[in-house]
Design a binder for this molecule. Structure first.
Ligand code: GLP
Length: 243
């Protein structure tokens, strides 16, 4: 159907498969708009892109990037910000133009305006060509937590305790994790032309099974991807254990 499934033996192979998809996107369309994700899962993907780029320089000079989310409040130069994460794991190694890089501004004093501006920027470049996604153990994509309705557009989110704890290892302890974030919404994500969802590890096996085969419900935000027309799902063995 609309979901192209690839099961890799290991996390490294999953990352290589994902890197191929991203690099092919960029080489086929020099001015691609990439939607990017953070968390532990895409670290291997970014490492692979950087490695491949070292061997045969890939031209990122026309590529635009939009990240899914950012903590709030947080300064972009804070070492725990997603802005900083993207610099040190990917952006600093590519010939990307700084003005082509976008993340929600975690230091904004006007969140509503920032959310509207972020959506407008995505629209102004014709939308996202390829959106990279991870998945939370509770089925969240971006920071769209389980809810009674699908959040449509970029918005301010209260993070769940489960999500705060899952991200505590980045901060050293859960009390340091900001309690809010600015995230692209489900409609923003669903409008991407192609979606690349990565999942690794046995702690993701159950949610992957539910997202793929369960009821489509805002209680499991990733389940909406069943309705997208072009999804690439790349898993390692452990994350694929329940399907
Ligand atoms: C974080 C991020 C998501 C990410 C998810 C899974 O909270 N905001 O974009 O996909 O949680 O994280 P990990 O890949 O570390 O399991």
């Amino acid at each position: 159907g609309n979901i192209n499934l690839k099961i890799a033996d290991t996390y490294e192979e999953m990352s290589r498969e994902a890197a191929k998809i991203v690099i092919t996107q960029v080489t086929n369309k020099a001015d691609s708009v990439l939607g990017l994700a953070t968390g532990s899962t895409p670290l291997g993907l970014y490492e692979e892109i950087v490695k491949t780029n070292k061997k045969k320089e890939i031209d990122f000079s026309k590529v635009r990037t939009f990240n899914l989310d950012e903590y709030y409040p947080i300064h972009p130069e804070d070492p725990y910000s997603y802005a900083h994460y993207m610099d040190v794991h990917l952006f600093d190694y590519l010939n990307l133009s700084r003005k082509h890089i976008h993340l929600p501004d975690g230091a904004t004093t006007n969140v509503e305006q920032e959310c509207r501006d972020y959506e407008a920027k995505i629209k102004s470049v014709g939308g996202i060509d390829l959106q990279v996604l991870g998945i939370g153990t509770n089925g969240h994509i971006g920071f769209n937590e389980p809810n009674h309705y699908f959040e449509k557009r970029t918005h301010l989110v209260d993070l769940n305790q489960e999500t705060i704890e899952a991200n505590a290892h980045f901060f050293g302890c859960s009390s340091k994790v900001p309690s809010q974030a600015i995230s692209m919404g489900i409609a923003s994500i669903m409008e991407a032309k192609r979606i690349l969802l990565l999942a690794s590890g046995k702690q993701k096996a159950e949610v992957i099974e539910k997202a793929l085969f369960g009821k489509i419900s805002p209680q499991l935000p990733a389940s909406i991807l069943q309705l997208h027309k072009e999804v690439y799902l790349v898993l390692d063995q452990e994350a694929a254990a329940s399907i």
